[in-house]
Design a protein around this ligand. Sequence first.
Ligand code: GDG
Length: 491
Amino acid sequence: MTDTGMRRLVVVSNRLPVALKQIDGEWTVQGGAGGLVTALAPVLKNRGGLWIGWDGASGAGEDSQRLLDDFSADAGYDLKSVPLSEEDVQKYYFGFSNEIIWPLFHDLQTRCRFDPEYWRSYLDVNFRFAETVARMTSSDDFIWVHDYHLMHQAFFLKSMGIKRSTGFFLHIPFPPPDIFLKLPWRQKLILALTEFDLVGFQTTQDRDNFIKSLNMLSPGAEVEGEGAVVSVRLRGREFQAGTFPISIDFNQFADMAGDPEVAHKAFQIREALKHRKIIIGVDRLDYTKGIPERILAIRELLRHYPDLRGKINFIQIAVPSREDVDEYRDLRDEIELLVGRVNGEFSIPGWVPVHYHYRGLPQRELASYYAAADIALVTPLRDGMNLVAKEYCACNMKEAGVLILSEFAGAAAQMQEWAYLVNPYDFEGVAKAIHRALHWDVEERRESMHELREHVRGHNIYWWVDSFLQAGISKNLQDFPAVDTVRFEEN
Ligand code: GDG
């Protein structure tokens, strides 16, 4: 336990919630982006825990921990960086994690590059992470490992003889066995996951896929129980496998959208677009998010329903991601070409149908866009959950918007009853869904959006953390109470 007498929550993820960047020769700390940070930063804030991960820089040297310590003092939890070399970043991060596991687990196996060097680097980096975890934690801590980069943490901790209470959460989907079995290192990888005390997935389908693959690769696994969390017995040991759909800090987004300044900005967006119907897409620029397919659906909409020309705007916010990777640069080119083509085909004086932003926006500005939009088009080809779908609902204070959601997003399992589900590969189907959504009557929209908001409000990020901690160590978040930052600093 810590000297504050609390049990500590230790988060381990590839990236810390901040990144070190060199600006004019000076290293500075910048806030991180992406689903994991959005979900976990409010959870650890001021709880005196520890976050272990890479700081995003391969050359900050001694500056790194000093800058992280400054950040820790404000955040109310400690940060510990695991240094990675350029070669680690290339082979473990861009290689194994993002050229093998990311596409494979999103059912896109033809994009995988099964390079054995990547596998060796992945094991090496996982070992070094586990060494840091062993050094920085005690047996009272709960070690919560996140995502596909670090699936070997419990395995290496055990092989070092370190006893820890461990949980793992997979933020991306777990593929069906016929896809998972393509992985050359499938058996080692799946058995490594069974070394955690608790393995968590976004949906029941993901958890079932995992159990099916486990059964095929290591026959004899016995599953006991029903419901969100089941026990799995295998080779004389037992672990839990559960479903924990991740969520957002609902109140934070709703309060932001209700702030007069944000509401005014939403009004200004609508005015600038002459109060046309606004359809919005918000994504990291990634091939799993289905952005080109979405633009093709907008083209289909304008071709098929000419009466909508001049009456709608599609705004796509694409946040730069993995920009050093050729495939992501090609995707950006493809999107920009498509935006140009659609605008070229339909623009008339005073109206350009597609507005494309290739940059991240401050969160409050993002909330204004959510609040201004009549329709959110959340159409990933495959997605673990998709937080954008939930953020859009939280910001829809007027309860007048429609969520059009891919059936292949994890979020569909929870939201299908009230969202408009579509197959993102079916451009005509998506175009029809948009057309129908534009003509839904006010009551129908209000009812659906009300239910969606109530669901996300009740199943928010704190509910998610509590469900995971309950299953892992029979504790709730309040068992890791928030501490006064000043007092925490003094300790
Ligand atoms: C992974 C899984 C799973 C986006 N644009 C801006 C911005 N964002 C924020 C959104 C949202 C986050 O990024 C994206 O989260 P997603 O869930 O949509 O997607 P991934 O980054 O792929 O996350 C995913 C998630 O982990 C959590 O488990 O849901 O399935 O792939 O929070 O708000 N934020 C700001 N400006 C932007 O322009 N500030």
